[in-house]
Design a protein around this ligand. Sequence first.
Ligand SMILES: *Cc1c(COP(=O)(O)O)cnc(C)c1O
Length: 435
Amino acid sequence: MQDNRMDKRETSARLFEAATKVIPGGVNSPVRAFRGVGGTPPFIKRASGPWVYDEDDNRYLDFVGSWGPMIVGHAHPEVVEAAQRAIRDGFSFGAPTRAETVLAEEIVARVPHIEMVRLVNSGTEATMSAVRLARAATGRDRIVKFDGCYHGHADSFLVAAGSGALDIGEPSSPGVPRAVVKDSLIASFNDLGVVEDFLEGDDVAAVIVEPVGGNAGCIPPIDGFLEGLREMCDRHGTLLILDEVMTGFRVARGGAVERFGIRPDLVTFGKVIGGGFPIGAYAGPEHLMRQVAPSGSVYQAGTLSGNPVAVAAGTATLALLDAAAYETLESLGAYLERSLLGVIHGSSFPVVLQRVGSMFSLFLRSEPVLRVSDAADIDHEQFASFFHGMLDDGFYLAPSAYESSFLSLSHTPGLIDEFVAGTAEHFHRVFATLV
Ligand SMILES: *Cc1c(COP(=O)(O)O)cnc(C)c1O
């Protein structure tokens, strides 16, 4: 299969080799290098609707969607038109534009409890800035994050659990000072117990959480988890930051805030609000957001922030995401779930499907994954074999056993049928010794 794969993606293999000479690992973001599944990644030339095409003109049904932003499908004509219109009028002014207010108003209108929005350039910037604001507003330094939740690559978040139960974390990357992560405490997702211990001293500025775990596979919050965090934060004067960079405008019209009915203090966005262009945002009630410069003293800035092309593409994307669109996404997700569960249960495959709306993961194990440690027993070779079989057949899934996959408005029940048939075939092959 290895040889066949190289033949099929000969150009990609050559391009990857060239890339590794001038770009670390050949990629500009680590997961793209396929280290989790082996082999070389297809180099993408273009994309349209649910399809991506590589440099060898192989076509793939895309379930990555640029890791979430492409919720209306690739190169949607209305988004293309909006971005082109914006480009024709100049790409960046470093001055305020009418369009930024329109996007901010749209976000405020959709997300309960949000009154003001600051646009930045990435999800990383959004979470980093939200934590700065939370620290300033509370006069506290410590934050609590959850194992397996990803909030971008700012120093404070690059922390792994230490050895002791209530220990402070260790930097998870060289180059991150101990002094920075000493204020980052790590709790287990879907587990309130340790959070209460962390908050007890009334010295934690913020708890930051992905309302649906999306960066360790799709891990829904168990009943009472988000509600419990809200209640504890209120009791201890700690702010609750919902990191909706992935879930925002993905799991509902008003994101997870609406879907789960949780009141956040601050919310971070990215991905969908740029429609595939670089963007991020942090948002909250006026009394907090007013503390951001220049109306307040919490410094945060950006040369390209509110970039007109990104704002136009994001606004056009949100315009396509009306109530009917979320019904479509939900029913596509439900259809995929029903069909896949039929396959999984029909043959007793040791596979768990976890889904929230149009986000889903297939975990190759028989018990649900409630926290990242549950997934530690996943057989990587088995996943890699499944993944590459699917890829060779034209189904582009996230190249890691620990990532979510996504549906878009351009996926159809017919395409989902093809995907499910492919999945069944490759489950039979991978689990041949078991069944
Ligand atoms: C993708 C992601 C980020 C980081 O966003 P970038 O735009 O890649 O910097 C932060 N938080 C969550 C939940 C994400 O999914």
